[in-house]
Design a protein around this ligand. Structure first.
Ligand code: 4AD
Ligand code: MG
Length: 432
């Protein structure tokens, strides 16, 4: 009797035994008296060896009918073989076709990105996309484990919101029973309320920005983890950010090395990600850009290319703090010793991956906050509840948002964030 049902990632536990695997045909090749199939089942890919001596003539003749992505169930004996990828192959005794797939569009040859994006629902079956999305899972798991182990409370933020958090230019507006509502850009304001209730909290969920920029770093729907801590200042927040990032990278290297190898990731670039990370003032970052080929002017925010120029000076993420308050969001606290600067931090990933974290210390004084809301022409009524937090037990506090897709893109070493999320939403893409 065959052992039913085994997953490819577990075959090593069954060396010498007869097992049943259920999956799809990844590829095949024949050399006359013997033919080979590659079965994938989502946990891995294994080679099956089909010999005329071991199977019935009907099974042997299935070769012609076996098309790429046909669903198949195979039974065979596990055989350790150092040359086989994964270290094992299956000496096949039986093959059953569950459904024959005709003309699967994504063949082993190279395809253009537009072609693949249009078929994302099928593309995610490929070995490379599979590896990326599994690393994404590992990163999310690491983040949750990190905050849970530090006794942060998970508090979910709403998706429909009455007001902007990150500027009014990237809001997605919806009709909410005759009133205007917006898809959330960030759960931060709600986390500030939650931090005053629970001390230290985080939310993890989808966020939305009507980004009209077509860059390799922007999605219109992306996932963000946002911790918020009561009685914390900018330094505490930078400490939390670097510890989290180190934790994530270490975890992926520990648990997902094989997947990083499939992606041909330069592991040496990840092995250096150890605290402490460099911390530089906005002025120092601006000085790096002096004389470089950029349109950057002092006082403005850094563009993507500027971030690359800055981060190229470091072999680990660099924390740039205290940007000019005028280019940052209304909720940021100004530096009391230099009010033109905000007590904020952006963490720029190495190798040109740009900003993966934005955050800092929040304005905790009621009147100053009111004045900032007015100055940015934001509708005060929508922020009444938020201002309450400064009336009832206001304390210094802060937090940050880490973008999941940019983090996945960096750790996997990808060209574009579109491959870091199962079904990317971009300015010109909402299908499939
Ligand atoms: O810097 P951002 O806009 O900060 C906030 O939203 C704060 N309210 C977070 C907080 O303090 N709780 O966004 C945070 C991160 C960025 O560093 C980036 O990693 C990611 O979110 N991000 C995007 N990722 C993909 N596509 C986009 N369009 C993104 N916009 C921001
Ligand atoms: Mg930012």
């Amino acid at each position: 009797m065959a052992i039913d049902r085994v997953f490819v990632e577990d075959v090593g536990k069954f060396d010498g035994q007869v097992i049943t695997l259920k999956g799809w045909l990844y590829n095949k090749r024949s050399s006359g008296k013997i033919w080979f199939l590659l079965l994938r089942d989502g946990t891995g890919v294994i080679q099956g060896v089909v010999s005329g001596n071991d199977v019935s003539p009907e099974v042997f003749d299935l070769y012609e009918r076996l098309t790429q992505e046909s669903s198949i169930i195979i039974t065979g004996q596990v055989h350790g073989d150092k040359r086989a990828p994964g270290g094992y192959e299956l000496w096949v005794k039986d093959v059953r076709i569950i459904q024959t797939a005709d003309d699967f569009p994504i063949t082993p040859k190279e395809h253009g990105t537009a072609f693949l994006m249009e078929r994302r629902h099928l593309w995610i079956r490929s070995r490379r996309q599979n590896a990326i999305l599994k690393i994404r899972h590992e990163i999310i798991k690491a983040i949750r484990d990190y905050f849970d182990s530090k006794k942060f409370t998970l508090v979910d933020a709403p998706i429909f919101t009455p007001a902007a958090c990150e500027g009014t230019t990237t809001l997605f507006e919806t009709d909410y029973f005759g009133e205007k509502a917006y898809l959330t850009q960030s759960g931060q304001l709600y986390m500030e309320a939650a931090a005053m209730a629970f001390g230290k909290v985080y939310c993890f969920g989808p966020t939305f920005r009507a980004e009209k920029s077509k860059t390799r770093r922007h999605l219109t729907e992306f996932w963000m983890v946002e911790p918020e801590v009561a009685y914390a200042d900018l330094n505490d927040i930078m400490g939390l950010a670097e510890e989290l990032i180190e934790f994530i990278v270490t975890r992926v290297l520990e648990n997902r090395l094989e997947l990083l190898k499939i992606l041909e990731r330069d592991l040496s670039k990840l092995e250096t990600i150890k605290r402490p990370f460099p911390r530089i003032h906005y002025d120092e970052a601006a000085a790096i850009l002096k004389g470089a080929d950029t349109e950057f002017v002092y006082g403005s925010d850094f563009g993507g290319a500027d971030e690359t120029l800055i981060s190229n000076n470091f072999d680990r993420p660099v924390m740039v703090y205290q940007y000019p308050a005028d280019v940052k969001a209304f909720y940021m606290k100004n530096n009391p010793d230099d009010p033109s600067k905000a007590l904020c931090v952006d963490v720029l990933a190495p190798e040109g991956y740009g900003e993966i974290i934005g955050g800092g210390q929040r304005e905790d004084d009621l009147d100053t906050l009111k004045a900032k809301i007015q100055k940015q022409n934001l509708p005060e009524e929508a922020f009444d509840w938020y201002l309450d937090l400064r009336k009832y037990g206001s304390v210094p506090h802060g937090g940050f948002g880490l973008g999941i897709e940019r983090t996945v893109g960096w750790i996997c070493g990808l060209e574009h964030v579109r491959e870091t999320i199962p079904f990317p939403r971009l300015m010109h893409r909402i299908y499939p």
